[in-house]
Ligand binder design. Structure first.
Ligand code: GUN
Length: 296
C-alpha cells in the first residue's frame, strides 16, 4: 500500500511539474535579435562584439565558443581576443581602451574569471558603459540599483524572460537566491526587486539555509556545486531555477539542483544543460542590439 501511495505521489508530482525549456525560448529570442540585426545591416551597420578571454580556463573557452556561435547565428561580427595567462592588468586595460575608441566595435565582453593577478573590477570600470554588454561597469550596475535598467546582466534578463514566457508572476513573490556573486546573484536580485519581488540572498555564512529556501516561491541557485539543492529545501509548488553549471568527473554537465528528486516537488524547473545557459547567450545578443541603439 505504501509503495502504491509513493508511486501515486511521484506520478502526480511529475504531471503537475513543467520543465522550462531554455533552449527553445532562447531560439525565439535569437530570432527577435536576427530581425533587429537585419535592420541595422540595411543601415550599413555591421553589429560587432569583441570578446576577451584571458588565460586557459576550460569552461570559459566553452562559454566563449557558445557566444561566438550565437553571434554567427544572428549575424553579429565577433572579434575574439585570446590573451595569454600572464597578460598584465595594464595590457588588458590598453586593449579595452583601443576597443572603446573603435567606432566599429559596439560591444565589449570580458569573460570572467580572469587570472588572480588581475583585478576584474578595475577592468570592468574601464569598459565604455555604452559598450558594456554584460552590465558590469559600475555605471550600469548603479543604474540597475536605482531601477533604471539599461545594459543589464544577461543571465538576469534571461531568467526574467524564462519566467515571463511561462507567465510566472514575479511581483509580490518571495524570491530566494542562493549565492552572492557580482556576476550572477547580485544583479539578479536587483532585477527581481525592480519587478516587485521580495528578495532574500543566501550565501555560505547563512545560518539555516533551508529555513530560507523553504519560503521561496521562486528559488534560484547560483552556487556551483552539484546536487546542492535537495528536495527538503524546496517548498511544494515552488519554481526552481538552476543557474549552476558544473562538470562531473565523467565529463557530464549538471546544475546545482538535485533535479530528479526536486522535480517532484515544484511547479516549474529548469534543466542543466538547456535551461539558463542558452538564455544568457541569447540576452547577450539582445544587449548587443541595445548597445548599438545607445551608440546611434
Ligand atoms: N562568466 C560566467 N558568466 C559570465 C557572464 O555572464 N559574463 C562574463 N563576462 N563572464 C561570465
Amino acid at each position: 500500500m505504501s509503495v502504491f501511495l509513493f508511486l501515486c505521489y511521484n506520478t502526480l508530482g511529475d504531471e503537475n511539474m513543467k520543465i522550462i525549456d531554455g533552449k527553445k525560448i532562447s531560439e525565439k529570442v535569437l530570432e527577435e535579435v536576427k530581425t533587429d540585426i537585419e535592420k541595422f545591416k540595411l543601415k550599413k551597420i555591421t553589429p560587432t562584439l569583441a570578446i576577451i578571454l584571458v588565460g586557459n580556463d576550460t569552461a570559459s573557452k566553452v562559454y566563449v565558443k557558445n557566444k561566438t556561435i550565437a553571434c554567427q547565428k544572428v549575424g553579429v561580427d565577433c572579434q575574439e581576443y585570446f590573451l595569454d595567462q600572464n597578460t598584465s592588468e595594464e595590457e588588458l586595460i590598453n586593449l579595452i581602451d583601443k576597443l572603446n575608441k573603435d567606432d566599429l566595435v559596439h560591444g565589449i565582453l570580458l569573460q570572467s574569471p580572469v587570472p588572480k593577478h588581475i583585478n576584474i573590477d578595475n577592468v570592468f570600470e574601464k569598459i565604455n558603459p555604452l559598450k558594456d554588454v554584460d552590465g558590469f561597469n559600475p555605471i550600469n550596475y548603479g543604474k540597475l540599483l536605482i531601477g533604471k535598467e539599461n545594459l543589464t546582466s544577461c543571465t538576469s534578463l534571461g531568467i526574467v524572460r524564462l519566467l515571463e514566457e511561462e507567465n510566472i508572476e514575479i511581483r509580490g513573490k518571495n524570491v530566494v537566491i542562493i549565492g552572492r556573486s557580482n556576476i550572477v546573484s547580485k544583479p539578479l536580485s536587483l532585477c527581481m526587486l525592480n519587478r516587485d519581488a521580495t528578495i532574500t540572498i543566501c550565501h555560505s555564512k547563512t545560518v539555516d539555509l533551508k529555513e530560507h529556501t523553504k519560503t521561496a516561491d521562486i528559488l534560484i541557485s547560483a552556487v556551483g556545486k552539484p546536487a546542492f539543492v535537495t528536495s527538503d529545501m524546496v517548498k511544494d509548488g515552488a519554481v526552481v531555477i538552476d543557474v549552476g553549471i558544473n562538470r562531473l568527473k565523467d565529463g557530464t554537465l549538471c546544475g546545482d539542483v538535485d533535479f530528479e528528486k526536486v522535480k517532484n516537488k515544484c511547479s516549474y524547473i529548469t534543466k542543466v544543460p538547456g535551461g539558463v545557459g542558452p538564455m544568457t547567450v541569447a540576452y547577450l545578443m539582445k544587449n548587443v542590439v541595445k548597445a548599438i541603439n545607445l551608440q546611434l
